[in-house]
Structure formats: C-alpha cells, structure tokens
Design a protein around this ligand. Structure first.
Ligand SMILES: [Zn+2]
Length: 77
C-alpha cells in the first residue's frame, strides 16, 4: 500500500527545515524482515535545509496484524 504522505505535517527534527519527498520502494527489497511482504513500503524523505535523510518504514506484516491492527485493518490496501 502506498499512501500519499503529507510533508506539510512534518519538519526536520534536527534543524526545523522543510522536508521533501525523495522516493519510495518496497521494504522487502531492503530489509530481510520484510521478505515476502508485498505491501510494506519505505518512504525516503530529505531535509531541504540540512540535507539529512529520513527513512519512514511501514511496520512488518506481523505487526500490522497485531500491535497496530486497529490502524491497518481500517486502511484500505
Ligand atoms: Zn534539517
């Protein structure tokens, strides 16, 4: 599931700068814990002011079905 992320909601936690979207990819392509998970996504975000990169990673399939199920079950995939 690739949600549209609203970067107006967030600022850099280091310098307070504005963040810009820098791409996304399937979490399974990057982290072994996501092997076989076709829905989890990693979003890449970069601060326009200090250049720091953020990785925003969806929870694993197991976490989506347990700890965070109230959120994920109500979100269309
Ligand atoms: Zn920054």
């Amino acid at each position: 599931m690739r949600e549209k992320i609203d970067l107006n909601k967030a600022k850099c936690i280091f310098c307070g700068g504005q963040l810009s979207f820098d791409g996304d990819e399937m979490a399974s392509h990057v982290h072994l814990a996501y092997d076989g998970d076709k829905e989890a996504v990693i979003y890449y975000v970069r601060c326009k002011q200090c250049g720091r990169d953020y990785e925003i990673v969806d929870p694993t399939k197991e976490e989506r079905e347990t700890d965070y199920k109230d959120y994920w079950q109500n979100t269309p995939t």
